[in-house]
Design a protein around this ligand. Structure first.
Ligand SMILES: Nc1nc2c(ncn2[C@@H]2O[C@H](COP(=O)(O)OP(=O)(O)O)[C@@H](O)[C@H]2O)c(=O)[nH]1
Ligand SMILES: [Mg+2]
Length: 286
């Protein structure tokens, strides 16, 4: 079938993938608001129904641990032109991606997913982005070059790459894996900034791209200087707000209205399928 489009969803642990999945599942099954794409077929219906029920009730969805992740979540959705979009959530825990980063190993199965993907939404939870620290703000006794002798006497903490390396570095590395696997073919990439509701408290509203430029400048430069990547930027709140504000969220009559999807031009809607439709459909041009 030549109008089949494959979507491969990536992101480190805590990136917001499971919440997105729960919201998409609810939206596809309760189309009281018109979405770009509709449900066709799926696997794991019971797991997804359970997940989306928790999402409706604004409950913590639970961490997906390596080995327990539903590795075969696959949902087929269809648009008005009869394009079928096959969504794959190959690893909901994200730990496989981190092992890939740390050990530089990847399974043959994931290579096949990536090779056949028409678009890759890469999730980044903005609540996880650590601000920039200037070297001058680091306590003097922790600055190796200025304090070499003292440091030699101390036992230095051991680096744990998954925990200690900045998220943007891990993401750049994952994208470089994707580029090698794709063998220089053009890649439709969506940078999906999850928990986008958190920006409501920020002064001076930024677009998703401006946000990346400010908070993850190295990643932004990597994306901009890279002509293999056809990148679009999205701000997505699949949960609608913090779990602490559960009561407020439950007061919204239609759960789908909690969802915020903002494109890079500041257009806001409740259609959680839109980033997939645009990224995987190749309509990334802004
Ligand atoms: N404020 C806010 N938090 C979110 C949103 N989506 C996810 N989160 C939180 O981010 C954390 C990780 O989400 P999860 O979907 O489990 O990430 P995963 O590990 O990639 O599957 C959880 O604590 C969620 O409650 C959102 O739209 N807004
Ligand atoms: Mg998860």
């Amino acid at each position: 079938m030549n109008n089949l489009k494959r979507c491969y969803i990536m992101g480190l642990p805590n990136a917001g993938k499971t919440t997105y999945l729960a919201a998409i599942w609810y939206s596809l099954n309760n189309a009281s608001i018109k979405n770009k794409i509709k449900l066709s077929t799926m696997t794991n219906a019971k797991y997804l129904a359970n997940l989306s029920k928790k999402w409706v009730d604004v409950e913590q969805l639970g961490r997906t641990k390596l080995g327990f992740e539903k590795s075969e979540i696959s949902i087929d959705i269809v648009d008005e032109n009869k394009n079928i979009f096959n969504l794959k959530f190959p690893d909901l825990s994200g730990e496989t991606f981190q092992n890939q980063y740390e050990k530089r190993e990847i399974s043959a199965e994931l290579v096949e997913y990536i090779k056949s993907a028409d678009g890759i939404p890469m999730f980044i939870n903005i609540g996880d982005i650590k601000g920039i620290t200037f070297i001058t703000d680091v306590p003097a006794d922790l600055r190796p070059l200025q304090n070499r002798e003292n440091l030699l006497e101390k036992s230095l903490p051991v680096r744990n790459p998954k925990q200690d390396d900045p998220i943007q570095i891990q993401i750049i590395e994952l994208l470089q894996f994707v580029e090698v696997i794709k063998d220089s073919k053009r890649i439709n990439l969506g940078i999906v900034l999850s928990a986008w509701d958190l920006t409501n408290n920020f002064e001076g509203k930024l677009t998703p791209e401006e946000y990346i430029k400010k908070e993850m400048n190295m990643l932004w430069q990597f994306l901009k200087s890279n002509n293999i990547l056809n990148t679009s930027f999205w701000g997505v709140s699949a949960q609608g707000g913090k779990l602490e504000n559960r009561d407020e969220l439950l007061n919204i009559d239609e759960p789908m209205k909690r969802i915020i999807v903002e494109d890079n031009n500041g257009e806001v809607c409740h259609d959680i399928t839109l980033p997939i439709y645009k990224v995987v459909g190749g309509a990334n041009a802004q």
